[in-house]
Design a protein. Structure first.
Length: 327
């Protein structure tokens, strides 16, 4: 494995807006959301998480880095360099530079600290408050006003499966705008995802290898988006959701992963597990409120403003001419 340099950069999230507020729930009971919101177009990537580690984990007191991020070749990953107090991190070249693949081996706590870091402007030492207040006591409740957060299960479900177009548009069974199971051919074909439909998507072989990478770049299935434009909500990695945003010891997982079978990708499949669970098939994406719109300028009012400005300029010119003649 060749280690690539880790350039310093600010992390930005590509968003899609999930509208159709006050939509009805699916027959599963999930998907109803009262307000419009934004959700990440892609899963959080290895490069984005590397930048996060380089900003906050020189000592890594919260174990944001899992050594499996380098040693498990199915998902590698991220390498750590140096000693405690001076750790640095870089993206690994694993059958191709992996920076645009989804991060794995992240617990709910890791995702929450990433969200806090985003809320706090990506500064060092900014992981313990923000979207979530971490420490002693019940975990999971989102703080009011958070600008970056882990989506609720209903938000995640709606972004993945809702057909959009009103409050009762209905739901797809799969997050590729389909009621039939996806294929798994990487590229521009419709209704495709990174999962195991008898063969793995990356290798197109039924054989499993401990030394082969199985993640795909986020957005690699370029014509297999949800109705709102998200990629990979089926397959690639499981994604954390925050259930109802209430405090509790368990959080949700949805969407399936690179080794899942088709039934696990469907809207009917959901799991809950403990906050601290980490695995080679678990990642996340973030959500955000819809920004307040910029007020429109009233053309009639703008005309009055222009008239005042023009009059003021005219008065200034007349005074300047008088001063010149008197000189």
């Amino acid at each position: 494995m060749v280690v690539a340099p880790a350039p310093a950069r600010a992390v930005t999230i590509d968003w899609v807006t999930v509208g159709d507020p006050n939509n009805t729930a699916d027959d599963t009971g999930y998907g109803a959301v009262a307000d419009a919101f934004r959700i990440g177009k892609y899963e959080v990537t290895i490069q984005q998480y590397t930048d996060f580690l380089n900003a906050v984990a020189a000592t890594d007191p919260y174990s944001l880095y899992n050594t499996n991020m380098a040693s498990n070749l199915n998902i590698a990953g991220i390498a750590r360099h140096g000693t405690n107090g001076g750790y640095s991190y870089s993206v690994i070249n694993n059958d191709g530079l992996g920076g645009n693949r989804p991060i794995t081996y992240v617990s709910w706590f890791d995702a929450a600290r990433f969200a806090n870091w985003m809320c706090n402007g990506q500064g060092a030492g900014s992981t313990e408050t923000g979207a979530y207040t971490l420490g002693d006591g019940p975990m999971g409740a989102k703080n009011p006003g958070a600008q970056f957060y882990i989506p609720t299960e209903d938000q995640w479900y709606k972004a993945a499966y809702y057909k959009r177009g009103g409050t009762n548009a209905g739901y797809w069974d799969y997050a590729t705008q389909s009621d039939t199971a996806p294929g798994n051919t990487i590229g521009s074909g419709a209704n495709q995802a990174n999962y195991n439909n008898g063969v793995f998507a990356v290798t197109q072989s039924s054989s499993f290898s401990l030394s082969n990478g199985y993640l795909t770049d986020v957005g690699a299935f370029s014509s297999s988006v949800s109705a709102y434009g998200t990629f990979d909500q089926n397959g690639n990695v499981w994604e954390w959701n925050n259930l109802t945003d209430a405090a509790g010891s368990d959080r949700g997982l949805r969407g399936g992963n690179w080794g899942s079978f088709a039934s696990v990708l469907s809207s009917s499949c959901r799991y809950t597990d403990v906050h601290y669970l980490e695995g080679a098939d678990i990642g996340f994406r973030l959500a955000s409120p819809v920004p307040a719109s910029v007020p429109e300028i009233d053309p009639a009012g703008m005309g009055s403003v222009l008239a005042l400005v023009t009059g003021a300029l005219g008065l200034f010119e007349r005074r300047r001419l008088k001063a010149k003649l008197a000189a």
